[in-house]
Ligand binder design. Structure first.
Ligand code: GDP
Length: 432
């Protein structure tokens, strides 16, 4: 889906605007300094068109860190969004921080819209007009709180939003899109450099490629792949605070553009909460997943035993993800990355015909019927694969199926069909 990113100083009303665009009626979250909102990317829809809304302002720095933090947020937006919405508080006017960000935004070749927020009635419109001085073009007066002007602005934004998402373009045969993810120092840049080696290709005319300067086309195993947001991997950001938020913002935004993620782990260090958080972001995004255990050249026997135990304990929920044990330094087993990516993508693309899927369900329910609950036994009437990328199944049943039973269906699906490298989703609907 195309991406709209919202950027602005703390307290200008970004979360109110996000809520307004998402059409949520719940109370608006106050912009409080230092508060981290968990979600970064939201599915949104306007005038029948779907897009991803990225809220870069999930982490609000204290006064000292504002410049660096807002600049970092703007940078992610410029690199990874299709359209940027810059929000200014029209009651405050343009501050030095705003001007700093505007300089960055003007250099980017993305459409940028300027929202003059907190224009709650028409008498305040002159305040909005004062923001012409920022040099970003017309300021659009809006009131995120009351909704005033937001619909008109969204209509304009939609005109600049690309019609076809990057992923949809793949279907006409362009390179598959890979995100390399992982916490700092696990070896992402080393992996990228080693993989690219001499074979870095300059492809501008290739069918289906986006000419996005933050991505890179690399030939691996005789095929061209698009590595998304390589600019983000190469960049070193130095933030006093908020570095974690910045990293997860970058990760979420890169996932939006990718089809498959390679999560790089450092075998010399214990699997950390941060590693698991990144894997969670991949699972939430529904993208295919490959795990790369890097720095294998530094692994000794003792650490290796610990690592095996850690994998068993911490990665039990992603045993389906292909694992490659590599060394970005020596190049060991880098060639195994390609078959792992291909396997994961093939699973991600899989469609099981309805007839076959129902034969599978019939066999499953005959061998292992749903347990009786309160004198009732829900029966699965019919099932179908509603979508791929990732494979998503819907079961129609006579009553609510136990979560445990749904997990059993999922487990059997993996036993029979594999789906290595892809998350699978099993939903249900109750039919009388
Ligand atoms: P990034 O932050 O994830 O991009 O990590 P870098 O690629 O910058 O790597 C961090 C450090 O780990 C650097 O000093 C690399 O030279 C080192 N490194 C990366 N991969 C390997 C590896 O496979 N083996 C060894 N021994 N060192 C590595």
């Amino acid at each position: 889906l195309p991406v709209l990113a919202i950027v602005g100083r703390p307290n200008v009303g970004k979360s109110a605007l996000v809520n307004r665009i998402l059409g949520r009626r719940e109370a608006v979250v106050e912009d409080k300094p230092g508060v981290t909102r968990d979600r970064v990317a939201y599915k949104a829809e306007w005038a029948g068109r779907r897009f991803t809304l990225v809220d870069t302002g999930g982490w609000e720095p204290d006064a000292a860190g504002i410049n660096a933090a807002v600049a970092a947020q703007a940078e992610v937006a410029i690199d990874l969004a299709d359209v940027v919405l810059f929000v200014v508080d029209s009651n405050v006017g343009a501050t030095a921080t705003d001007e700093h960000v505007v300089k960055m935004l003007r250099r980017a070749d993305r459409p940028v819209f300027l929202a003059a927020n907190k224009v709650d009635d028409s008498r305040q419109e002159p305040q909005a007009s004062a923001l012409w001085s920022l040099g970003l073009g017309e300021p659009y007066p809006v009131s995120a709180l009351h909704g005033r002007g937001v619909a008109d602005l969204l209509d304009l934004i939609m005109q600049k939003m690309p019609e076809v998402s990057n992923v949809a373009k793949q279907e006409v045969g362009g390179p598959r899109r890979v995100a390399i993810l992982g916490r700092p120092n696990v070896g992402k840049s080393s992996l990228l450099n080693k993989a690219a080696g001499e074979e870095r290709v300059v492809v501008n005319e290739l069918a289906g490629t986006t000419r996005d300067p933050v991505d890179e086309q690399i030939e691996l195993g005789g095929k061209v792949w698009t590595f998304v947001d390589t600019a983000g991997i190469r960049k070193r950001v130095h933030l006093q605070q908020g570095a974690d938020f910045y990293a997860s913002l970058r990760t979420s935004a890169a996932l939006e553009k990718a089809e498959v993620a390679v999560v790089v782990l450092d075998v010399t260090e214990p699997i950390s909460v941060q590693d698991l958080r990144i894997i969670d972001l991949v699972l939430e995004s529904g993208r295919a997943l490959v795990l790369a255990f890097n720095k294998w050249d530094l692994l000794d026997d003792e650490r290796r035993r610990y690592l095996e135990r850690e994998i068993e304990q911490d990665l039990a929920h992603v045993t389906w993800a292909p694992r490659v044990n590599i060394s970005a330094r020596t190049g060991r087993h880098l060639e195994k990355l390609v078959p792992a990516l291909e396997l994961a993508l093939e699973s991600w693309d899989t469609r099981i015909p309805t007839g076959k899927f129902n034969a599978f369900l019939a066999e499953l329910t005959a061998a292992h019927p749903h347990p009786v609950r309160g004198g009732k036994q829900p029966r699965i009437l019919f099932g179908t694969q509603a979508a791929s990328r990732p494979p998503t199944f819907v079961l129609f049943a006579t009553g609510f199926l136990d979560p445990g039973y749904r997990r059993y269906v999922q487990r059997r699906l993996r036993e029979i069909y594999g789906f290595e490298g892809s998350p699978i989703v099993v939903n249900m609907r109750v039919r009388e």
